[in-house]
Design a protein around this ligand. Structure first.
Ligand code: BES
Ligand code: MN
Ligand code: ZN
Length: 504
Protein backbone atom coordinates (compact mmCIF):
# COMPACT_ATOMS: atom_id res chain seq x y z
CA UNK A 1 0.00 0.00 0.00
CA UNK A 2 1.69 3.17 -1.05
CA UNK A 3 1.19 6.57 0.46
CA UNK A 4 0.42 9.60 -1.64
CA UNK A 5 2.04 12.75 -0.26
CA UNK A 6 0.79 16.06 -1.52
CA UNK A 7 1.36 19.67 -0.60
CA UNK A 8 -1.41 22.18 -0.09
CA UNK A 9 -1.35 25.91 0.43
CA UNK A 10 -4.39 25.49 2.68
CA UNK A 11 -4.24 25.93 6.46
CA UNK A 12 -5.40 23.37 9.02
CA UNK A 13 -8.67 25.27 9.47
CA UNK A 14 -9.60 24.45 5.88
CA UNK A 15 -8.66 20.77 6.06
CA UNK A 16 -10.96 17.89 6.85
CA UNK A 17 -9.78 14.37 7.64
CA UNK A 18 -8.73 11.79 10.21
CA UNK A 19 -5.50 12.97 11.78
CA UNK A 20 -3.64 16.25 12.19
CA UNK A 21 0.02 16.29 13.25
CA UNK A 22 1.45 19.59 14.47
CA UNK A 23 5.15 20.09 15.19
CA UNK A 24 6.41 22.67 17.66
CA UNK A 25 9.92 23.87 18.56
CA UNK A 26 10.95 23.63 22.19
CA UNK A 27 9.91 26.64 24.26
CA UNK A 28 9.73 27.24 28.01
CA UNK A 29 6.08 28.14 27.53
CA UNK A 30 4.50 26.81 24.37
CA UNK A 31 2.83 29.55 22.38
CA UNK A 32 0.86 28.27 19.46
CA UNK A 33 1.16 30.29 16.24
CA UNK A 34 -1.90 32.39 15.41
CA UNK A 35 -3.37 30.07 12.80
CA UNK A 36 -3.32 27.14 15.25
CA UNK A 37 -4.75 29.23 18.09
CA UNK A 38 -7.74 30.13 15.99
CA UNK A 39 -8.10 26.53 14.76
CA UNK A 40 -8.00 25.38 18.39
CA UNK A 41 -10.70 27.82 19.44
CA UNK A 42 -13.00 27.08 16.52
CA UNK A 43 -12.69 23.48 15.30
CA UNK A 44 -10.90 21.74 18.17
CA UNK A 45 -12.77 23.09 21.19
CA UNK A 46 -9.54 24.17 22.93
CA UNK A 47 -8.04 20.66 22.90
CA UNK A 48 -4.56 21.82 21.85
CA UNK A 49 -4.25 24.31 24.69
CA UNK A 50 -5.55 21.74 27.19
CA UNK A 51 -2.99 19.19 25.99
CA UNK A 52 -0.18 21.70 26.30
CA UNK A 53 -1.19 22.77 29.79
CA UNK A 54 -2.10 19.38 31.24
CA UNK A 55 0.83 17.41 29.83
CA UNK A 56 3.23 20.36 30.36
CA UNK A 57 4.18 19.94 26.69
CA UNK A 58 7.29 22.00 25.92
CA UNK A 59 8.09 20.77 22.40
CA UNK A 60 11.15 18.80 23.52
CA UNK A 61 12.77 16.48 20.96
CA UNK A 62 11.09 13.04 20.77
CA UNK A 63 8.13 14.15 22.92
CA UNK A 64 4.52 14.13 21.85
CA UNK A 65 0.97 14.46 23.19
CA UNK A 66 -2.18 13.36 21.44
CA UNK A 67 -5.94 13.45 21.76
CA UNK A 68 -9.21 12.36 20.17
CA UNK A 69 -11.59 15.16 19.20
CA UNK A 70 -15.16 14.26 20.05
CA UNK A 71 -18.43 15.04 18.29
CA UNK A 72 -18.67 15.94 14.64
CA UNK A 73 -15.30 17.72 14.40
CA UNK A 74 -13.74 18.06 10.95
CA UNK A 75 -10.56 16.53 12.37
CA UNK A 76 -10.85 13.38 14.48
CA UNK A 77 -7.45 13.14 16.14
CA UNK A 78 -4.51 15.43 16.82
CA UNK A 79 -0.92 14.97 17.88
CA UNK A 80 1.59 17.61 18.96
CA UNK A 81 5.16 16.59 18.18
CA UNK A 82 8.21 18.23 19.78
CA UNK A 83 11.02 19.32 17.44
CA UNK A 84 13.53 20.17 20.18
CA UNK A 85 15.59 23.36 20.27
CA UNK A 86 15.64 25.39 17.04
CA UNK A 87 19.44 25.72 17.25
CA UNK A 88 19.72 21.93 17.05
CA UNK A 89 17.50 21.67 14.00
CA UNK A 90 18.75 19.39 11.21
CA UNK A 91 17.16 17.50 8.33
CA UNK A 92 17.09 14.51 10.66
CA UNK A 93 14.72 16.45 12.96
CA UNK A 94 12.19 16.66 10.13
CA UNK A 95 12.59 13.01 9.14
CA UNK A 96 12.03 11.87 12.72
CA UNK A 97 9.05 14.15 13.30
CA UNK A 98 7.44 13.06 10.03
CA UNK A 99 8.08 9.41 10.91
CA UNK A 100 6.51 9.93 14.35
CA UNK A 101 3.42 11.50 12.75
CA UNK A 102 3.12 8.66 10.23
CA UNK A 103 3.50 5.92 12.83
CA UNK A 104 0.93 7.58 15.05
CA UNK A 105 -1.58 8.00 12.23
CA UNK A 106 -1.10 4.40 11.14
CA UNK A 107 -1.52 3.16 14.69
CA UNK A 108 -4.63 5.32 15.11
CA UNK A 109 -6.00 3.85 11.89
CA UNK A 110 -6.23 7.16 10.10
CA UNK A 111 -6.71 6.95 6.33
CA UNK A 112 -5.83 10.62 5.88
CA UNK A 113 -3.31 12.74 7.73
CA UNK A 114 -2.42 16.42 7.54
CA UNK A 115 0.97 17.70 8.63
CA UNK A 116 1.31 21.22 9.99
CA UNK A 117 5.03 21.76 10.56
CA UNK A 118 6.83 25.15 10.73
CA UNK A 119 8.49 24.60 7.35
CA UNK A 120 8.78 28.11 5.95
CA UNK A 121 8.88 26.71 2.39
CA UNK A 122 12.28 25.11 3.07
CA UNK A 123 12.74 22.73 0.12
CA UNK A 124 15.21 20.42 1.85
CA UNK A 125 12.96 20.21 4.90
CA UNK A 126 9.99 19.29 2.71
CA UNK A 127 12.11 16.55 1.10
CA UNK A 128 13.23 15.26 4.50
CA UNK A 129 9.63 15.08 5.70
CA UNK A 130 8.61 13.10 2.65
CA UNK A 131 11.60 10.79 3.18
CA UNK A 132 10.66 10.25 6.82
CA UNK A 133 7.08 9.37 5.84
CA UNK A 134 8.02 7.02 3.00
CA UNK A 135 10.90 5.31 4.81
CA UNK A 136 8.88 4.62 7.95
CA UNK A 137 5.82 3.37 6.10
CA UNK A 138 7.76 0.73 4.16
CA UNK A 139 7.06 -2.54 5.91
CA UNK A 140 8.35 -5.66 4.23
CA UNK A 141 5.70 -8.36 4.41
CA UNK A 142 6.65 -10.18 1.21
CA UNK A 143 7.27 -13.43 3.05
CA UNK A 144 4.29 -13.36 5.41
CA UNK A 145 1.25 -15.36 4.36
CA UNK A 146 -1.00 -12.65 5.74
CA UNK A 147 -0.68 -8.97 6.58
CA UNK A 148 -0.09 -8.11 10.24
CA UNK A 149 -2.80 -5.45 10.52
CA UNK A 150 -6.04 -6.37 12.29
CA UNK A 151 -9.30 -6.37 10.30
CA UNK A 152 -10.83 -4.26 8.97
CA UNK A 153 -7.69 -2.95 7.33
CA UNK A 154 -7.48 0.80 7.27
CA UNK A 155 -4.49 2.04 5.35
CA UNK A 156 -2.98 5.46 5.63
CA UNK A 157 -3.15 6.49 1.99
CA UNK A 158 -3.07 10.28 1.87
CA UNK A 159 -0.80 12.75 3.63
CA UNK A 160 -1.13 16.47 3.05
CA UNK A 161 1.63 18.94 3.91
CA UNK A 162 -0.28 22.03 4.94
CA UNK A 163 0.82 25.60 4.32
CA UNK A 164 3.04 24.43 1.52
CA UNK A 165 2.42 25.56 -2.07
CA UNK A 166 2.21 22.48 -4.34
CA UNK A 167 4.32 24.00 -7.13
CA UNK A 168 7.07 24.83 -4.64
CA UNK A 169 7.00 21.41 -2.96
CA UNK A 170 6.70 19.28 -6.12
CA UNK A 171 10.43 18.83 -6.94
CA UNK A 172 11.23 17.91 -3.32
CA UNK A 173 8.42 15.36 -3.22
CA UNK A 174 9.48 13.82 -6.52
CA UNK A 175 13.10 13.57 -5.38
CA UNK A 176 12.10 11.97 -2.07
CA UNK A 177 10.05 9.34 -3.89
CA UNK A 178 12.97 8.58 -6.20
CA UNK A 179 15.48 8.32 -3.37
CA UNK A 180 13.22 6.14 -1.25
CA UNK A 181 12.58 3.75 -4.16
CA UNK A 182 16.33 3.02 -4.15
CA UNK A 183 16.44 2.61 -0.37
CA UNK A 184 13.54 0.16 -0.55
CA UNK A 185 15.25 -1.85 -3.29
CA UNK A 186 18.34 -2.14 -1.07
CA UNK A 187 16.28 -3.07 1.99
CA UNK A 188 14.37 -5.76 0.15
CA UNK A 189 17.49 -7.26 -1.41
CA UNK A 190 19.12 -7.43 2.03
CA UNK A 191 16.06 -8.82 3.81
CA UNK A 192 15.40 -11.54 1.24
CA UNK A 193 17.09 -14.83 2.12
CA UNK A 194 20.00 -16.44 0.28
CA UNK A 195 17.71 -19.00 -1.39
CA UNK A 196 15.92 -16.14 -3.14
CA UNK A 197 18.68 -13.58 -3.73
CA UNK A 198 21.54 -15.30 -5.56
CA UNK A 199 24.37 -13.90 -7.70
CA UNK A 200 22.02 -14.27 -10.70
CA UNK A 201 19.32 -12.27 -8.91
CA UNK A 202 21.77 -9.41 -8.40
CA UNK A 203 22.78 -9.55 -12.07
CA UNK A 204 19.12 -9.57 -13.14
CA UNK A 205 18.40 -6.61 -10.85
CA UNK A 206 21.23 -4.64 -12.46
CA UNK A 207 19.95 -5.51 -15.94
CA UNK A 208 16.41 -4.51 -14.95
CA UNK A 209 17.66 -1.10 -13.79
CA UNK A 210 19.55 -0.66 -17.06
CA UNK A 211 16.44 -1.61 -19.03
CA UNK A 212 14.12 0.61 -17.02
CA UNK A 213 16.17 3.81 -17.33
CA UNK A 214 16.99 3.10 -20.95
CA UNK A 215 19.68 4.84 -22.88
CA UNK A 216 21.46 6.40 -19.90
CA UNK A 217 22.74 3.00 -18.76
CA UNK A 218 24.94 0.28 -20.17
CA UNK A 219 25.35 -3.06 -18.43
CA UNK A 220 27.91 -5.83 -18.68
CA UNK A 221 27.63 -9.13 -16.82
CA UNK A 222 30.91 -11.04 -16.84
CA UNK A 223 30.42 -14.81 -16.55
CA UNK A 224 32.83 -17.19 -14.83
CA UNK A 225 34.86 -17.77 -18.02
CA UNK A 226 35.16 -14.00 -18.58
CA UNK A 227 36.47 -13.60 -15.05
CA UNK A 228 38.92 -16.44 -15.61
CA UNK A 229 40.21 -14.66 -18.70
CA UNK A 230 40.72 -11.50 -16.69
CA UNK A 231 42.67 -13.51 -14.12
CA UNK A 232 40.29 -12.82 -11.25
CA UNK A 233 41.68 -15.66 -9.14
CA UNK A 234 40.80 -14.09 -5.81
CA UNK A 235 37.11 -13.62 -6.66
CA UNK A 236 36.84 -17.05 -8.28
CA UNK A 237 38.58 -18.74 -5.35
CA UNK A 238 35.79 -17.56 -3.06
CA UNK A 239 33.09 -18.69 -5.46
CA UNK A 240 34.51 -22.10 -6.34
CA UNK A 241 32.67 -24.26 -3.77
CA UNK A 242 29.23 -22.94 -4.64
CA UNK A 243 26.76 -24.61 -6.99
CA UNK A 244 25.75 -21.12 -8.09
CA UNK A 245 27.80 -19.43 -10.76
CA UNK A 246 29.52 -16.13 -9.96
CA UNK A 247 28.38 -12.98 -11.74
CA UNK A 248 30.60 -9.93 -12.15
CA UNK A 249 28.28 -6.97 -12.61
CA UNK A 250 29.28 -3.70 -14.25
CA UNK A 251 26.47 -1.20 -14.68
CA UNK A 252 27.34 2.28 -15.95
CA UNK A 253 25.35 5.49 -15.82
CA UNK A 254 26.24 7.84 -18.68
CA UNK A 255 25.18 11.48 -18.29
CA UNK A 256 23.63 13.20 -21.29
CA UNK A 257 26.66 15.45 -21.82
CA UNK A 258 30.39 14.64 -21.77
CA UNK A 259 31.19 13.69 -18.19
CA UNK A 260 33.37 16.03 -16.14
CA UNK A 261 33.86 13.46 -13.43
CA UNK A 262 33.93 9.68 -13.21
CA UNK A 263 33.36 7.66 -10.10
CA UNK A 264 32.81 4.00 -9.16
CA UNK A 265 30.71 2.45 -6.43
CA UNK A 266 31.93 -1.07 -5.68
CA UNK A 267 29.71 -3.23 -3.48
CA UNK A 268 30.54 -6.49 -1.71
CA UNK A 269 28.09 -9.04 -3.07
CA UNK A 270 28.31 -12.25 -1.05
CA UNK A 271 24.76 -13.59 -1.31
CA UNK A 272 25.72 -15.96 1.49
CA UNK A 273 28.82 -16.23 3.66
CA UNK A 274 29.12 -19.60 5.40
CA UNK A 275 32.73 -18.78 6.26
CA UNK A 276 33.97 -21.56 3.98
CA UNK A 277 36.10 -24.23 5.67
CA UNK A 278 36.76 -21.68 8.42
CA UNK A 279 33.04 -22.13 8.95
CA UNK A 280 31.04 -19.69 11.02
CA UNK A 281 30.36 -22.02 13.93
CA UNK A 282 28.95 -21.55 17.40
CA UNK A 283 27.03 -18.84 19.20
CA UNK A 284 27.72 -15.33 18.00
CA UNK A 285 29.01 -16.36 14.59
CA UNK A 286 25.65 -15.24 13.14
CA UNK A 287 25.80 -17.65 10.21
CA UNK A 288 22.00 -17.43 9.96
CA UNK A 289 22.29 -13.69 9.26
CA UNK A 290 24.81 -14.05 6.44
CA UNK A 291 22.24 -13.37 3.74
CA UNK A 292 23.06 -9.72 4.58
CA UNK A 293 26.60 -10.12 3.23
CA UNK A 294 25.46 -8.62 -0.08
CA UNK A 295 24.32 -5.37 1.56
CA UNK A 296 27.14 -3.45 -0.14
CA UNK A 297 25.87 -4.60 -3.53
CA UNK A 298 22.27 -3.90 -2.48
CA UNK A 299 23.18 -0.29 -1.66
CA UNK A 300 25.12 -0.06 -4.93
CA UNK A 301 22.09 -1.17 -6.95
CA UNK A 302 19.77 0.96 -4.81
CA UNK A 303 21.90 4.01 -5.60
CA UNK A 304 21.89 3.07 -9.31
CA UNK A 305 18.10 2.97 -9.31
CA UNK A 306 17.99 6.48 -7.83
CA UNK A 307 20.64 7.84 -10.20
CA UNK A 308 18.67 6.41 -13.13
CA UNK A 309 15.74 8.58 -12.08
CA UNK A 310 17.59 11.75 -11.08
CA UNK A 311 19.96 11.57 -14.06
CA UNK A 312 22.56 13.96 -12.59
CA UNK A 313 24.52 15.96 -15.20
CA UNK A 314 28.26 15.76 -15.81
CA UNK A 315 29.10 12.65 -13.82
CA UNK A 316 29.64 9.10 -15.07
CA UNK A 317 29.00 6.47 -12.43
CA UNK A 318 30.15 2.85 -12.50
CA UNK A 319 28.29 0.39 -10.29
CA UNK A 320 30.39 -2.73 -9.79
CA UNK A 321 29.64 -5.96 -7.94
CA UNK A 322 31.60 -9.23 -7.85
CA UNK A 323 28.69 -11.44 -6.78
CA UNK A 324 29.08 -14.99 -5.46
CA UNK A 325 28.53 -17.29 -2.49
CA UNK A 326 31.11 -18.46 0.06
CA UNK A 327 30.25 -22.12 0.51
CA UNK A 328 31.72 -25.48 1.44
CA UNK A 329 32.21 -28.55 -0.76
CA UNK A 330 35.07 -30.77 -1.87
CA UNK A 331 35.94 -27.99 -4.29
CA UNK A 332 36.26 -25.42 -1.50
CA UNK A 333 39.41 -23.38 -0.94
CA UNK A 334 41.66 -24.97 1.64
CA UNK A 335 42.87 -22.66 4.35
CA UNK A 336 46.41 -21.87 3.22
CA UNK A 337 45.61 -21.89 -0.50
CA UNK A 338 47.37 -19.26 -2.58
CA UNK A 339 45.28 -17.25 -5.05
CA UNK A 340 46.43 -14.83 -7.73
CA UNK A 341 44.40 -11.66 -8.15
CA UNK A 342 43.90 -9.89 -11.49
CA UNK A 343 46.75 -7.45 -10.78
CA UNK A 344 49.15 -10.40 -10.44
CA UNK A 345 49.45 -10.19 -6.65
CA UNK A 346 49.39 -13.48 -4.74
CA UNK A 347 47.33 -14.00 -1.59
CA UNK A 348 47.69 -16.72 1.02
CA UNK A 349 44.18 -17.43 2.28
CA UNK A 350 44.92 -18.02 5.93
CA UNK A 351 41.21 -17.65 6.71
CA UNK A 352 38.47 -18.56 4.21
CA UNK A 353 36.02 -16.41 6.19
CA UNK A 354 37.87 -13.24 5.18
CA UNK A 355 36.36 -13.72 1.72
CA UNK A 356 34.85 -10.28 1.08
CA UNK A 357 38.26 -8.68 0.65
CA UNK A 358 39.21 -11.40 -1.86
CA UNK A 359 36.19 -10.65 -4.06
CA UNK A 360 36.74 -6.92 -3.64
CA UNK A 361 40.42 -7.22 -4.58
CA UNK A 362 39.47 -8.18 -8.14
CA UNK A 363 36.54 -5.75 -8.25
CA UNK A 364 38.85 -2.89 -7.18
CA UNK A 365 41.53 -3.83 -9.71
CA UNK A 366 38.81 -3.78 -12.39
CA UNK A 367 37.51 -0.36 -11.28
CA UNK A 368 41.03 0.98 -10.94
CA UNK A 369 41.58 0.43 -14.68
CA UNK A 370 38.64 2.65 -15.66
CA UNK A 371 40.53 5.95 -15.23
CA UNK A 372 38.25 7.34 -12.57
CA UNK A 373 38.43 10.31 -10.22
CA UNK A 374 37.29 8.27 -7.26
CA UNK A 375 36.25 4.82 -6.08
CA UNK A 376 34.18 4.07 -3.01
CA UNK A 377 33.65 0.49 -1.91
CA UNK A 378 30.93 -0.65 0.47
CA UNK A 379 31.29 -3.88 2.34
CA UNK A 380 29.92 -5.83 5.27
CA UNK A 381 33.60 -6.59 5.75
CA UNK A 382 34.28 -7.26 9.43
CA UNK A 383 32.70 -8.11 12.75
CA UNK A 384 35.59 -6.06 14.17
CA UNK A 385 34.03 -2.89 12.78
CA UNK A 386 30.83 -3.67 14.71
CA UNK A 387 32.93 -4.18 17.85
CA UNK A 388 34.61 -0.81 17.24
CA UNK A 389 31.63 1.36 16.29
CA UNK A 390 28.51 -0.56 17.31
CA UNK A 391 25.57 -1.47 15.15
CA UNK A 392 24.45 1.91 13.90
CA UNK A 393 27.71 3.52 12.71
CA UNK A 394 29.67 2.66 9.57
CA UNK A 395 33.47 2.91 9.41
CA UNK A 396 35.20 5.03 6.76
CA UNK A 397 38.77 4.73 5.51
CA UNK A 398 40.20 6.85 2.73
CA UNK A 399 43.41 7.69 0.92
CA UNK A 400 42.10 11.18 0.16
CA UNK A 401 41.09 13.72 2.80
CA UNK A 402 38.85 15.75 0.52
CA UNK A 403 36.96 12.67 -0.62
CA UNK A 404 36.58 11.48 2.98
CA UNK A 405 35.17 14.86 3.90
CA UNK A 406 32.73 14.77 0.99
CA UNK A 407 31.51 11.36 2.15
CA UNK A 408 31.10 12.56 5.73
CA UNK A 409 29.08 15.55 4.52
CA UNK A 410 26.92 13.37 2.29
CA UNK A 411 26.28 11.03 5.24
CA UNK A 412 25.50 13.86 7.67
CA UNK A 413 22.91 15.25 5.30
CA UNK A 414 21.36 11.81 4.94
CA UNK A 415 21.34 11.21 8.70
CA UNK A 416 23.37 8.03 8.11
CA UNK A 417 26.05 7.72 10.78
CA UNK A 418 29.66 7.27 9.76
CA UNK A 419 33.04 7.65 11.48
CA UNK A 420 36.46 7.98 9.91
CA UNK A 421 39.06 5.42 10.96
CA UNK A 422 42.83 5.33 10.36
CA UNK A 423 44.66 3.61 7.51
CA UNK A 424 47.52 2.72 9.86
CA UNK A 425 50.25 1.62 7.45
CA UNK A 426 52.36 -0.05 10.13
CA UNK A 427 49.63 -2.67 10.59
CA UNK A 428 50.42 -3.92 7.08
CA UNK A 429 53.08 -6.04 8.79
CA UNK A 430 50.25 -8.28 9.96
CA UNK A 431 49.42 -9.13 6.35
CA UNK A 432 52.92 -10.29 5.43
CA UNK A 433 53.00 -13.86 4.23
CA UNK A 434 55.95 -16.26 4.28
CA UNK A 435 54.97 -17.74 0.94
CA UNK A 436 52.87 -15.15 -0.95
CA UNK A 437 52.63 -11.37 -1.37
CA UNK A 438 49.95 -11.07 1.32
CA UNK A 439 47.92 -13.06 3.79
CA UNK A 440 44.23 -12.18 3.81
CA UNK A 441 43.93 -11.67 7.57
CA UNK A 442 45.96 -10.27 10.42
CA UNK A 443 45.40 -10.52 14.16
CA UNK A 444 42.06 -10.03 15.88
CA UNK A 445 42.91 -6.59 17.21
CA UNK A 446 42.37 -3.82 14.71
CA UNK A 447 40.69 -6.29 12.36
CA UNK A 448 38.62 -3.64 10.57
CA UNK A 449 41.79 -1.62 9.88
CA UNK A 450 43.77 -4.53 8.41
CA UNK A 451 40.71 -5.32 6.28
CA UNK A 452 40.85 -1.79 4.87
CA UNK A 453 44.63 -1.96 4.40
CA UNK A 454 44.28 -5.19 2.46
CA UNK A 455 41.81 -3.55 0.05
CA UNK A 456 44.08 -0.52 -0.39
CA UNK A 457 46.71 -2.78 -2.02
CA UNK A 458 44.42 -3.21 -5.03
CA UNK A 459 43.98 0.46 -5.88
CA UNK A 460 47.00 1.91 -7.66
CA UNK A 461 45.83 4.48 -10.25
CA UNK A 462 42.76 6.17 -8.80
CA UNK A 463 43.55 9.38 -6.88
CA UNK A 464 40.75 9.00 -4.35
CA UNK A 465 39.62 5.73 -2.82
CA UNK A 466 37.40 5.19 0.18
CA UNK A 467 36.19 2.07 1.93
CA UNK A 468 33.02 1.89 3.99
CA UNK A 469 32.68 -1.03 6.40
CA UNK A 470 28.92 -1.27 6.78
CA UNK A 471 28.66 -4.60 8.66
CA UNK A 472 26.75 -2.95 11.54
CA UNK A 473 24.18 -0.51 10.17
CA UNK A 474 22.76 -2.44 7.18
CA UNK A 475 20.55 -4.61 9.33
CA UNK A 476 18.48 -4.00 12.44
CA UNK A 477 16.38 -6.41 14.48
CA UNK A 478 14.66 -3.47 16.11
CA UNK A 479 12.40 -0.75 14.86
CA UNK A 480 14.28 2.53 14.55
CA UNK A 481 13.43 6.22 13.97
CA UNK A 482 12.26 5.57 10.45
CA UNK A 483 12.82 1.99 9.52
CA UNK A 484 11.09 -1.21 10.52
CA UNK A 485 13.13 -4.28 11.56
CA UNK A 486 15.14 -5.84 8.72
CA UNK A 487 17.43 -4.40 6.07
CA UNK A 488 17.85 -0.65 6.63
CA UNK A 489 18.91 0.50 3.17
CA UNK A 490 22.10 2.05 4.58
CA UNK A 491 23.93 3.90 2.95
CA UNK A 492 21.95 4.47 -0.28
CA UNK A 493 21.07 8.07 0.59
CA UNK A 494 24.69 8.91 1.42
CA UNK A 495 25.77 7.54 -1.97
CA UNK A 496 23.13 9.55 -3.81
CA UNK A 497 24.20 12.75 -2.00
CA UNK A 498 27.84 11.97 -2.76
CA UNK A 499 27.21 11.43 -6.47
CA UNK A 500 24.93 14.42 -6.96
CA UNK A 501 27.29 16.86 -5.18
CA UNK A 502 30.61 15.39 -6.36
CA UNK A 503 33.14 18.28 -6.74
CA UNK A 504 30.44 20.94 -7.04
N1 BES B 1 30.71 -11.10 6.34
C1 BES B 1 31.61 -11.15 7.42
C2 BES B 1 31.55 -9.91 8.31
C3 BES B 1 30.26 -9.68 9.05
C4 BES B 1 30.13 -10.06 10.37
C5 BES B 1 29.22 -9.02 8.45
C6 BES B 1 28.95 -9.81 11.04
C7 BES B 1 28.04 -8.77 9.11
C8 BES B 1 27.90 -9.15 10.42
C9 BES B 1 33.03 -11.27 6.87
O1 BES B 1 33.17 -11.96 5.68
C10 BES B 1 33.83 -12.02 7.88
O2 BES B 1 33.54 -13.17 8.09
N2 BES B 1 34.79 -11.36 8.48
C11 BES B 1 35.62 -11.97 9.45
C12 BES B 1 37.03 -11.53 9.19
C13 BES B 1 38.05 -12.30 9.96
C14 BES B 1 38.10 -13.74 9.50
C15 BES B 1 39.39 -11.64 9.75
C16 BES B 1 35.14 -11.51 10.82
O3 BES B 1 34.68 -10.40 10.97
O4 BES B 1 35.22 -12.31 11.75
MN1 MN C 1 33.31 -14.06 5.99
ZN1 ZN D 1 31.55 -11.94 4.44
Amino acid sequence: MSINIKASGAAAADWQGDGLAIAIFEQTEVNLPDHLQSLDQTALGGTLQELITEARFKGEANSSVQARIGGQAAIRKVILIGLGKPEQLSLETWRKAAAAATKWATHQRCATLAIDFPLNQDLEAIGAIAEGILLTSHKDERFKSKASQPEPQINLTDITLLGCAPEIAAPSLTLANQVVSGVILARELVSAPANLVTPSTLAETASAIAAEYGERFSVKILEQQDCEQLGMGAFLGVSQASDLLPKFIHLTYHPRETPQHKIAIVGKGLTFDSGGLNIKAGAGSSIELMKIDMAGSAATLGAAKVIGQIQPPGIEVHFIVAACENMISAKAMHPGDILTASNGKTIEVNNTDAEGRLTLADALVYADQLQLDAIVDLATLTGACIVALGESIGGLWSTNGEFAQAICQAAAKAGEKIWQMPLEDSYMDQLKSVVADYKNTGSRSGGAITGALFLKQFVANTPAWAHLDIAGPVWSDKENSYHNPGGTGYPVRTLVNLITTFRQ
